[in-house]
Design a protein around this ligand. Structure first.
Ligand SMILES: [Zn+2]
Ligand SMILES: [Zn+2]
Length: 224
């Protein structure tokens, strides 16, 4: 008599295998883990989603699955877009996801804030990130950021600022009664407070290119 025994389920094979790279459909662009990509939004009228690729896998049927970590645009954050958020600003979120390789439309570069402000030309593929963002709570890291000007705002790299030769603070032309055109023509700028001070140093040595190059000690808690 044949021995019978309860059926032992065979081990489920996942058949997944990690890939070194993925070539974006219809292009010769190669994406690797650690790089940033643009993904087709579900709503065609919206700008593409931006993600950092964590891992690329092929399943048993050779479908490419991309493990990614989302960047949020300011308007997608709980606090919404603020005046100091630049057009190319992204927040690195704690929101991880798996997407089909087909949703990738292109590659992009997410720079550090400092490197972004030093770009000679900002291309369509250039973005920057200076905050990490917790999707569930809307909290930012760091939660403190340097502020400038009389309006005490963080630096928006899209907005021109002029540096006072006296106090070295940076000012928006509009906040000190100037037009942007007037500010662009200026060789020297001394703020009203420093103008009444005789000890203004006239030296241009150590002039920074933008507030991002400047280390400002005084920081302020961000208003929400
Ligand atoms: Zn201002
Ligand atoms: Zn000043």
């Amino acid at each position: 008599m044949a021995k019978t025994r309860p059926g032992v389920p065979s081990k489920i094979k996942t058949g997944r295998k990690e890939l070194d790279s993925y070539t974006i459909k219809g292009t010769n662009k190669v994406v690797r883990a650690g790089e940033c990509v643009l993904m087709r939004p579900s709503d065609a009228g919206k700008p593409p989603y931006v993600a950092r690729v964590e891992k690329i896998e092929a399943d048993a049927r050779n479908n490419v699955k991309v493990h990614c970590r989302w960047y949020y645009r300011p308007e997608e954050s709980l606090g919404g877009r603020r005046q100091f958020h630049g057009a190319k600003e992204l927040f690195l979120s704690d929101h991880f996801d798996v997407q089909s390789g087909h949703t990738i439309e292109g590659k992009c570069i997410v720079h550090t804030f400092k490197n972004y402000t030093r770009l000679e030309n900002v291309g369509a593929e250039d973005y920057y990130c200076r905050f990490e963002y917790k999707a569930a709570t809307g909290a930012f890291t760091p939660d403190r950021v340097a502020v400038y000007c009389k309006c005490e705002m963080p630096y928006n790299p899209d907005d021109l600022m002029v540096q006072c030769e006296g106090c070295k603070d940076w000012y928006h032309p509009g906040c000190v009664g100037m037009t942007i055109e007037e500010a662009k023509k200026l060789d020297h700028f001394v703020c009203a407070e420093c103008s009444s001070d005789d000890d203004v140093k006239k030296s241009r040595n150590g002039f920074a290119e933008s507030p991002a190059d400047d280390v400002k000690v005084e920081t302020k808690r961000r208003k929400r």
